[in-house]
Design a protein around this ligand. Structure first.
Ligand code: F6P
Length: 319
């Protein structure tokens, strides 16, 4: 490759900047020109493309969000959009493209690869829901942010002897919720991957805990289960215990990335460039059993991921 494009796509995630920085600096160190593409595939279609140098990525490793900005691009789902995207790459001389994002973004990358642009995906999402990899950039920061918020909610919940329901992000995956529940000492966790206990079962556990002398009851609800406000009302009606629901929302997507996120982002960004230098295309970078590896995008998109059943089983003991 002679010119690499880099874009971030889909929901932003802390650590995306560290990944961009790594792509830019690794490429330049290998003698390759780098073009930044703003606002994901939208920016590619609009020609919002600019040359980057090592200074373009100064002072960003510690910043949340993405300096390239991001978007979910509907036009790119259609074949005409994809063809125009490949044409735009050619206009800017981009013969290799690094796409930092989630599964949806990789589908676009796969299509571009079929149209002759060498693409490499780098997993960036707080949800940890990309099947081929044990880590996705942003997860650790998001969990730490949510955990910190839950600690604070727990303080006030204990003072008022309330039941607190905290809903965390994750789309259809329960990883953020499971990690938050175990690491916050929550009393219960509701995950989309697991059968939801009935309202009666939930209330029974709350009352048992009250009898044991517990001063609060904390339930972590995954976004994929939802219904936190409704559940709060049901619990309050059935038990008489004051119950509050907090939906943490987008605060989980921001903030300075943790060391874990910066390191994975730096390694994965560099690996993506090195794969392009080796002449590889249509690959996704992944972290598996302590190593950075790569998979064919199609193969990666077909993989299925399961919550660790042992980790989940511990919620019965620890939560
Ligand atoms: O994929 C990241 C994520 O934050 C999910 O957890 C959530 O479901 C979704 O994005 C929210 O999307 P938006 O920012 O478009 O509201």
């Amino acid at each position: 490759v002679s010119t690499i494009g880099v874009l971030t796509s889909g929901g932003d995630a802390p650590g995306m900047n560290a990944a961009i920085r790594s792509v830019v600096r690794t490429a330049i160190a290998r003698g390759i020109k780098v073009m930044g593409i703003r606002k994901g595939y939208n920016g590619l279609l609009a020609g919002d493309v600019f040359e980057m140098d090592t200074r373009s990525v100064s002072d960003i490793i510690q910043r949340g969000g993405t300096i390239l900005q991001t978007a979910r691009c509907l036009e790119f789902v259609k074949p005409e959009g994809q063809k125009r995207g490949a044409d735009m790459c050619r206009v800017f001389g981009i013969d290799g493209l690094v796409v930092i994002g989630g599964d949806g973004s990789f589908q676009g990358a796969e299509k571009l690869a079929n149209l002759g642009i060498n693409t490499i995906g780098v997993p960036g999402t707080i949800d940890l829901d990309i099947a081929c990899t044990e880590y996705t950039i942003g997860f650790d920061t998001a969990v730490n942010t949510a955990m910190d918020a839950i600690n604070k909610i727990r303080d006030t919940s204990t003072s008022h002897q309330r039941c607190s329901i905290v809903e965390v992000m994750g789309r259809n995956a329960g990883y953020i919720a499971l990690w938050c529940a175990i690491n916050s000492g929550a009393e219960m966790v509701l995950l989309p991957e697991m059968p939801r206990p009935s309202d009666e079962e939930i209330v029974k556990k709350i009352i048992e805990n009250k009898h044991k002398g517990k001063k609060h009851f904390l339930i972590v609800v995954a976004e994929g289960v939802g219904g936190s406000e409704k559940l709060a009302k049901t619990i309050e009606d059935m038990t008489g215990i004051e119950t509050r629901a907090t939906i943490l929302g987008h605060l989980q997507r921001g903030g300075s990335p943790t060391a874990v996120d910066r390191m994975h982002a730096s390694m994965m960004g560099a690996k993506a460039v090195d794969l392009l230098c080796e002449g590889k295309a249509k690959r996704v970078v992944a972290y598996v059993k302590g190593e950075y590896v790569d998979y064919d995008i199609n193969e990666a998109l077909k993989m299925k991921k399961e919550l660790d059943p042992y980790m989940y089983s511990l919620t019965d003991i620890l939560c």
